[in-house]
Design a protein around this ligand. Sequence first.
Ligand SMILES: Nc1ncnc2c1ncn2[C@@H]1O[C@H](COS(=O)(=O)NC(=O)[C@@H](N)CS)[C@@H](O)[C@H]1O
Ligand SMILES: [Zn+2]
Length: 407
Amino acid sequence: MRSWPAPEISPLPGAGLPLRLYDTAAGEVRGTTPETTARMYVCGITPYDATHLGHANTYLAFDLVNRVWRDAGHRVHYTQNATDVDDPLLERAQRDGVDWRELAEEQIELFRTDMEALRLVPPDDYVGVTEVIGQVAELIERLKDKGATYEVDGDVYFAVAASPKFGAVSGFSEATMLELFAERGGDPGRPGKRHPLDWLLWRAERPGEPSWPSPFGQGRPGWHVECTSIALACLGAGFDVSGGGSDLIFPHHEMGASEGHVATGEWPFAKAYVHAGMVALDGEKMSKSRGNLVFVSRLRAAHDPMAIRLALLARHYRADWEWTDEQLTGAEDRLSRWRAAVALPGGPDGAAVLRQVRERLADDLDAPGALTVIDAWAGRALEGDHSDPGAPALVRATADALLGVAL
Ligand SMILES: Nc1ncnc2c1ncn2[C@@H]1O[C@H](COS(=O)(=O)NC(=O)[C@@H](N)CS)[C@@H](O)[C@H]1O
Ligand SMILES: [Zn+2]
């Protein structure tokens, strides 16, 4: 699938610092160690109710990863999927009496428009799972050849007992796993399964559901295996970052890592598992099932997308936090202050701003800290410190390249 047009990225003098990120599997902040080309897989949307602020918050975190790696001299190979066939999408299409393919297409287009407006760097590979059904079936075949699968009434399951590394990503107890698995699309109680945590790889055709041919009959892929297949095909095992919101830690990323490991024999499947916190509204996580959503497209109708971006950047990417309209007005004030300051003939030392913003972002994406650095510079510039005539241009370029904020 087409992704979206890339924003300009201003060149900056010198180079950034090595990026350190909190790795869920390690349970601590660790230095990323990408090669010349850094490789990142970020789970994409299930295309309905796009693009809400929770989505935007998560993709923005990985946009910062992309920008910091580029500033440190790496090329970035960025892959993102779209889950354009899955139970929740079919249910929503059914509820609204629309064709599921049309719903997916329209929502993916809205997502692209929102991502472009917020100036996120687009993925190099933007892959709808319906584009790669055959490839996914091949991966399932590989897992079958490894003896890691079995069938229940025509549906193909991954046997958790076949994965020596199961649990290495989340570190959760079995009780927590069972609870989350049931909450997030799993079927722990299904009769005929060998273990409650075994998960669906291939769902045999049901009446009225879309299906595709495969070596194991008409059907469609399970959720986790699509991402494993696309990441392996585009990036190869051992890629640098597997990203998503914290609600993907389990079952999605845990099960995908097991699939990748058993299929390739390589570990880790991803060198770092990086998760963004949950954005809430009125005390509840913003989610389609709850319907308490704030849409980027609606905010864009009345607000500068750069203010929306600044409002999101004001929170640490791993924090769970509550959206309020006041945060947007605060971001609009900050945006106009920054724009006024970079329009001045000079300001305090610009090189210090670049150095400090680089330090903040390299330290597990401390964007709030980076915003504070530019706030301080803008404040002193607006009070009349114009000692460095080159500073306004350098601060503008820093905000653009590292934070994605166009002043
Ligand atoms: N309230 C929220 N706050 C932060 N991130 C969220 C929120 N809701 C969803 N996300 C993140 O947004 C991304 C897309 O979510 S999604 O549309 O439900 N789609 C999926 O989770 C799958 N298509 C991934 S393969 C995921 O990384 C998810 O963790
Ligand atoms: Zn995914």
